[in-house]
Design a protein. Structure first.
Length: 253
């Protein structure tokens, strides 16, 4: 593990492979190990997998303005690695961070890849999932940990590893990550996404499937759909997702 220190923040991250850099952005609570199935991409690219503050061993003093904080953490990692521009690859709520960074730091963003992305929470189902997550976190984080570990792994060994990693997550940061991505609306950013972009969805059982229609009118954004996939495409349909990532990068970068 490597680390970067800035503004009283200490951010740990994993680097695998060489070549064109891809920085991965995890959802709330889970941390970098959720991208375990993307490690084969290190045969082609340099993978940078941070634990954003509050996850793993990473820390920062503030629990407010989590989206701004995480964008600053991405910038700090790129600076520390001497990287001018990187591809951002995000999953679920991590897509809010990725889209925000791509609009606010266009000179640092080579391309954008988001699985299960959305610009705001506007459907009853997604509202309910957010409320359930935040309520479970307040009442008993053990239950939420088990649910997330089961839904974001493909076997028992990975589940054990993910449970251990989730248990390191700071409650306040975890909750604030949920709260901030639930409250924000970045639809106004979409016209400013000027880099090549790919948004990946599963079938209609994917609770973010509705949002593909928000992005289909954007000329720089491509859409891809994974057969028999639900929301957890990077985990449950890793081979298909990795293929889409490589195909998109090879075509555009």
């Amino acid at each position: 593990m490597k680390k970067v220190t800035f503004n009283q923040s200490i951010i740990y991250y994993q680097v695998e492979g060489e070549g064109l850099p891809i920085l991965f952005i995890h959802p709330p609570g889970i941390g970098r190990v959720v991208f375990h199935a993307q490690l084969p991409l290190a045969n082609y690219y340099q993978l940078i997998l941070p634990d954003f503050s509050g996850h793993g061993q990473s820390t920062s003093p503030s629990h407010r303005h989590i989206i701004k904080q995480y964008c600053s953490e991405i910038e700090a990692i790129l600076d520390h690695e001497g990287i001018d521009k990187a591809i951002l690859c995000a999953y679920s709520a991590g897509g809010i961070i990725a889209q925000t960074f791509a609009c606010q730091y266009p000179d640092r963003t080579e391309a954008l890849i988001v699985s299960g992305g959305y610009p705001n929470v506007s459907t009853a189902r997604l509202h309910l999932l957010y409320y359930a997550g935040m309520l479970s976190l307040r009442m008993t984080r053990n239950y939420l940990t088990k649910i997330l570990a089961a839904s974001n792994t493909a076997n028992d060994l990975d589940k054990t590893t993910l449970v251990k990693h989730i248990n390191q997550t700071d409650f306040k940061k975890w909750y604030q990550y949920y709260f901030s991505t639930h409250q924000v609306n970045i639809k106004h950013y979409l016209d400013n996404i000027n880099c090549p972009s790919l948004f990946v969805y599963g079938n209609k059982l994917d609770f973010t499937y509705y949002y593909q229609q928000v992005y289909q009118s954007q000329s720089r954004i491509e859409l891809a759909f994974v057969d028999l996939g639900t929301h957890q495409i990077p985990v449950k349909k890793a081979q298909a997702f990795n293929h889409l990532v490589k195909q998109f990068i090879d075509r555009h970068i």
